[in-house]
Design a protein around this ligand. Structure first.
Ligand code: NAD
Length: 298
């Protein structure tokens, strides 16, 4: 059997088209466009490429978009003042500070300085709390987990009552996706297990999964024999395993042994082209939502 591919790149394009129409509606009704600022500190090449892609997508959707690049030695207080400026700017509905930050800047201080109503990354403790409560309380779900859930919904994967196993317990992927899948909601209602580096028998848990979500950052961690035949496998991992000799571009692999796993799984996401493209689409979705909420005084 060869698994059905869940193509994040194609699903992303559909979502961006829907958002374009929503942006037009917002403009017609309230005369405003969503505003997104990305703050980049320093010149980390990976961060530059992420921010560039985010701004390019925002531009294509007709947002008011600002890329605010700051030198690597900007002081913490200057960065906090900058965030405060955007918190007060009515044209800005989403503020994103690209992580990681240089060592002299406290990440926690920066995240909590962002107005939770403009925290389109969903990392502010207030938004983490809202996610935990669930339902209408959720304002901005974190982008990668939201993208995973959207892939499950749009690929027609049954989640209600499904055994979901999440490999990884980070604050940006593992923990939030586990919470989201357990909520009483569309694309959720699952029975969730989280496994991590201290789990005694990873294989045992993975084998039970109807939906296996892997976010460990370890290439080929999940072996094909760990996959229940017909299961849906969402591979979040992005691992640089080498450099292409001709293009000099990095060779990327997920956390799952894709070539062999696709012969056992029912559905599977490729790396690249699976979860990755969804993250930016969800960032845009959160920004459009924020613009509507601000426009309608909610
Ligand atoms: P992280 O390093 O913060 O967390 C990894 C988690 O995996 C940890 O909780 C750890 O306990 C667990 N883990 C690691 N090795 C393990 C092992 N051998 N057995 C069991 N558990 C293990 O990473 P993260 O930020 O959650 O990211 C995970 C992966 O997802 C990375 O490859 C990252 O690049 C990728 N990622 C992709 C996107 C995207 O948009 N596609 C977004 C975020 C992260």
């Amino acid at each position: 059997m060869t698994a059905e591919l869940i193509k994040g790149s194609e699903i992303r394009n559909v979502i961006l088209e829907e958002l374009k129409a929503d942006v037009q509606k917002l403009k017609a009704k309230h005369g405003i466009v969503p505003g997104l600022v990305t703050i980049l500190v320093g010149e980390n090449p990976a961060s530059i490429s992420y921010v560039t892609l985010k701004i390019k997508t925002a531009h294509e959707l007709g947002f008011h978009e600002i890329q605010d690049s700051q030198p690597v030695d900007i002081s913490e207080s200057a960065l906090l003042a900058l965030i405060d400026k955007y918190n007060k700017d009515p044209k800005i509905h989403g503020i994103l500070v690209q992580l990681p930050l240089p060592k002299h800047i406290g990440e926690k201080k920066v995240i909590t300085a962002i107005d939770p109503d403009k925290d389109v990354d969903g990392f502010h403790p207030v938004n983490v709390g809202r996610l935990m409560i669930g339902g209408d309380e959720v304002l901005y779900p974190p982008c990668t987990p939201a993208g995973i859930q959207e892939l499950l919904i749009r690929s027609g994967t049954a989640t209600s009552g499904a055994e979901v196993v999440v490999v990884g317990r980070s604050n940006i992927v593992g923990k939030p996706i586990a919470v989201m899948m357990a909520q009483k909601a569309k694309g959720a209602d699952s029975t969730v297990t989280i496994v991590h580096t201290r789990t005694k028998n990873l294989e045992f848990h993975c084998k039970r999964a109807d939906i296996l979500i892997v976010a460990a950052g370890v290439p080929n961690l999940v072996k094909p024999e760990w996959i229940k035949p017909g299961a849906t496998v969402i591979d979040v991992g992005v691992n640089r395993v080498g450099v292409h000799p001709e293009t000099k571009k990095p060779i990327l692999k997920g956390d799952v042994d894709f070539d062999r796993a696709k012969e056992i799984a029912g559905k599977i996401t490729p790396v690249p082209g699976g979860v990755g493209p969804m993250t930016i689409a969800m960032l845009m979705k959160n920004t459009v939502k924020s613009a509507w909420l601000h426009a309608e005084g909610k």
